[in-house]
Design a protein around this ligand. Structure first.
Ligand code: GLU
Length: 430
């Protein structure tokens, strides 16, 4: 853990200043039109159900007090409690959190989990805080949003910049305020306090299953396929490791400072030793080339895995991005304009709401285990994850073929239909 005295960590910025919520709405509107959704239904689905913004003070190590801003947005609770991660990142804002919350609704619906969608975020660079500062910030934020979260209301989880330790603090803070332990209030916790086996690598494992399915439909062998991964956080690094273990050739990886490229492929153990040289890829050296994040996206590879921020594939670079397939580990990495260009160029894109759903699927397993106080073996978690990922991929793929639409359009059609059905049955209160 770096302390507040450490060198500042560069803050990654989206490649383009496009509104994530505008992207989310454009994706929704196009599919709502295709489904001929009636206008009142559209109006309900276009807006989040609840938006909470909190400004709160945190005591810093040097004795000063700093005010931080956080959000929690619940897009929908039509199909069950709201569900979605909490992001700590300097670029967090309400617009982005609203988009991410809407994407969680579609993600839970497309893989058919009994959840709505939510997202939270705090505008902060967590790597610039000491552990004590991070804990105080987390506990205060958890208290502030405590009025709308709960195991039957809204269940947070990790996202960019947060991890199991942060989830444990949220669980403890919520439990202290209630006066009894409530493990089911968040997922992604350490196993010692009600976490599930398999959650840490779940998103990466789900991506592996997705790439395997995509290879099957595209008649491409995973063994020996070249792979480039943008982003080396929890999602990117676990996906890279699991893909390499299946014989894929990992030719490029990157973090916020840039990437490293070796056309002969990185051996996983060698890559670990490279990582040990420094905290970031721009601090390491060896028999490989340094490349920028933009260059990584434009490499001629079989599989491109964007696993960083939103809006990385946009109208300005989409025409130069020509892998055989893109499997979206990040949420919202592709703008609608880029989507159209990639489609025109014959790139097979597996959308975020399907491809990266492994995390929330295993979060669901964790919540179920917490509610029952009955815990599963890891192979049961992975087996059930594989079953849901494979079934969902097949459903989306079948719809894409029968309706002659892209995988993203098909995923949205499936998700929006399920959401619409739930809203219709529930009706309008009062
Ligand atoms: N943050 C992850 C996502 O974007 C996981 C959410 C969850 O587990 O609730 O899907």
């Amino acid at each position: 853990m770096t302390t507040s005295g450490a060198a500042p960590v560069p803050a990654p910025a989206p490649a383009r200043e496009e509104s994530a919520y505008a992207t989310a709405l454009a994706q929704f509107d196009a599919v709502a039109e295709r489904l001929r959704l009636d206008s009142s239904m559209r109006a309900v689905m276009r807006q989040p159900r609840r938006e909470l913004t909190v400004n709160f003070p945190v005591r810093m190590d040097d004795g000063s007090t700093r005010v931080f801003t956080g959000h929690r947005v619940q897009h929908s609770t039509a199909r069950g409690p709201a569900k979605g991660g909490i992001r700590y990142h300097p670029a967090v804002n309400l617009d982005e959190v609203k988009a991410l919350a809407m994407w969680m609704t579609w993600k839970c619906a497309v893989v058919n989990l009994p959840y709505g969608g939510a997202k939270g975020g705090v505008e902060v660079n967590p790597k610039a805080l000491s552990e004590g500062e991070l804990e105080r910030l987390t506990r205060r934020y958890a208290s502030e949003i405590g009025i709308i979260i709960g195991p039957e209301k809204d269940v947070p989880a990790p996202d960019m910049g947060t991890d199991a330790r942060v989830m444990a603090w949220i669980m403890d803070t919520y439990s202290m305020n209630k006066g009894y332990v409530v493990p089911g209030v968040v997922t992604g916790k350490p196993i010692a306090v009600g976490g599930t086996r398999g959650r840490v690598e779940a998103t990466g494992r789900g991506l592996l299953y997705t790439v395997q399915e995509a290879c099957r439909t595209q008649e491409m062998a995973l063994e020996g396929a070249t792979v480039a991964v943008q982003g080396f956080g929890n999602v990117g690094s676990n996906a890279a490791r699991l893909l390499a273990a299946q014989g894929a050739k990992l030719v490029a990886v990157s973090d916020v400072t840039g990437g490293i490229y070796n056309p002969n492929g990185f051996d996983w153990d060698a890559l670990q030793r490279i990582r040990e040289q420094g905290a970031f890829f721009n601090q390491v050296s060896g028999g490989f080339e340094h490349i920028t994040n933009e260059e990584l996206l434009e490499l001629k590879v079989d599989v491109l895995l964007p696993a960083a921020l939103e809006n990385q594939l946009h109208s300005g670079n989409a025409d130069r991005i020509r892998p055989k397939m893109i499997v979206e580990g990040a949420n919202g990495p592709t703008t609608p304009e880029a989507d159209a260009i990639l489609f025109g160029n014959g790139v097979f894109v597996v959308p975020d709401i399907l491809a990266n759903a492994g995390g929330v699927i295993v979060s669901y397993f964790e919540w179920v285990q917490d509610l029952q106080s009955f815990f599963w073996e890891e192979d049961e978690v992975n087996l059930r994850l594989k079953r849901i990922m494979t079934r969902s991929f097949e459903e989306v793929q079948a719809l894409a073929v029968s309706e002659s639409v892209t995988m993203r359009e098909a995923a949205y059609m499936l998700a929006i239909r399920r959401e619409e059905e739930a809203l219709r049955y529930r009706g309008v209160f009062p």
